[in-house]
Each structure stands twice: as C-alpha cells, then as structure tokens.
Design a binder for this molecule. Structure first.
Ligand code: 3PG
Length: 214
C-alpha cells in the first residue's frame, strides 16, 4: 500500500489544542460567528462543523475568514469532491467517519490535515499503512467504549485517537485518561438544541467546562 503520510503531525497538533473538539451542525449561517465567539469565550479554539446542513460550507468559510483564531474543521467529509470544496472554503482540517483510498489520496493531494475514522484493529492498521497515525475512533461509545480502545494501545502503539460518538461531559474524562487518546469530540458542547434556542451563554459554560478537563 502506498505510504502517503497524510499530515498526521499537523493533525496531532490540532488534537492537542484542547481536550474537546465540539462537533456542530449549523443550520443557520447567522449562528456561525456567535457560536465561534461563545466557544472562544469558554477557552475552546477548535471546532468541527459537519457537512450535514445546507449552511455548513458557508459557516466554515465565514468562521475561517472572520475568526482566524479558531481552528475550523469540516466534518462528515465523505468524498474527494467534498475534500476539495472544504479546502476552498478555508477549513484547517477534515474529519471523516471512515476512510478509503481515494479519500485518503484526496487529503494528500490537497495537503489537508485529515482525521479519518476507524473502529476496528484492521481499519486502524490500514490507516497506519498509509502513514496515518491520528484517527477518529468512531462511533466511540457503541464501538467498544474506553476499555476497547485501551486494549489497542499496546498492539497499535503508533496510533493516537480522538474518540467521538456518544461522549458527554460526564464520560469525557474516561476517554481522556487513556494513553492513546489526545482529545475527544462531541456534539454536547454546542448541541442542535442549544443553537436552536440561541443559548450561547450555555455553550460558553460548556466550553469552559471542557477547557478545564485534562
Ligand atoms: C456525530 O456523529 O455527529 C459525531 O460523532 C458526534 O457524535 P455525538 O453527537 O454522539 O457527540
């Protein structure tokens, strides 16, 4: 298999900016800057905006342009075409629930920091064979939970993870204490409900709690 080495060093520096990467679905572009500011006020400087809404691409572009102090990622990137589009929009990194050779190649072609998903030892080994050491463990809580990921730390010693999927403020620490976990991702920080209600103060409070995790 080709060793493409897709920027895992760059991804790892993004993963260590803070213990939690908020995963967000932005339905309304008008929410983008208030959301970014709410997170910044709570000490969170990294965000993943998923391509699961019509406003997502514009929200990525708006935050990238107007709040350069935020490291903005594009999530749910499933195709090379989306990889190209989020690069054009100004995304700093890309997250995917999984990976396949063409998607990995497109990350390399666009010199994009890429955090692909993996849930099994074989999927992780396939990513390692591409030179990818930073991975999203997804869907973290139902794929096996912290004890499952901990069991992979010794045999897959080069792999580091951002577990995402089913994680909450209450369970984040269980993951963060693992030797092969650099950060976690989760939608609880800035949930759809909080955004819908315009509860930016609550988002700041959540972000502040996240910043205090070790
Ligand atoms: C997702 O699938 O949206 C992310 O993995 C976040 O999952 P969560 O909503 O369970 O935090």
């Amino acid at each position: 298999m080709t060793n493409l080495g897709v920027n895992s060093g760059k991804v790892q520096s993004i993963m260590t900016k803070g213990p939690v990467i908020p995963v967000v679905i932005i339905e309304h572009l008008d929410d983008a800057i208030p959301l970014a500011d709410a997170l910044l006020e709570g000490g969170v400087t990294t965000i993943e905006i998923t391509l699961r809404s019509d406003a997502a691409m514009d929200a990525i572009a708006t935050i990238a342009k107007e709040r350069p102090q935020i490291c903005v990622g594009a999530g749910t990137v499933l195709t090379p075409q989306q990889m190209a589009a989020v690069k054009d929009a100004g995304a700093d990194f890309v997250v995917s629930p999984g990976a396949y050779p063409e998607l990995i190649a497109s990350a390399f072609d666009h010199d994009m920091a890429f955090l692909p998903g993996a849930a099994t030892a074989s999927e992780m080994m396939a990513l390692l064979a591409h030179g990818i050491t930073a991975m999203k463990f997804f869907p973290a809580s139902v794929a096996g939970g912290p004890s499952y990921l901990k069991a992979l730390a010794s045999p897959l010693a080069d792999a580091v993870f951002c577990p995402t999927g089913g994680i909450s403020m209450e369970t984040a620490q269980d993951w963060l204490q693992l030797p092969n976990v650099l950060c976690v991702g989760g939608s609880w920080v800035a949930s759809k409900d909080l955004l819908k209600a315009g509860s930016f103060d609550a988002i700041t409070a959540n972000a502040r709690q996240c910043s205090q995790l070790i």
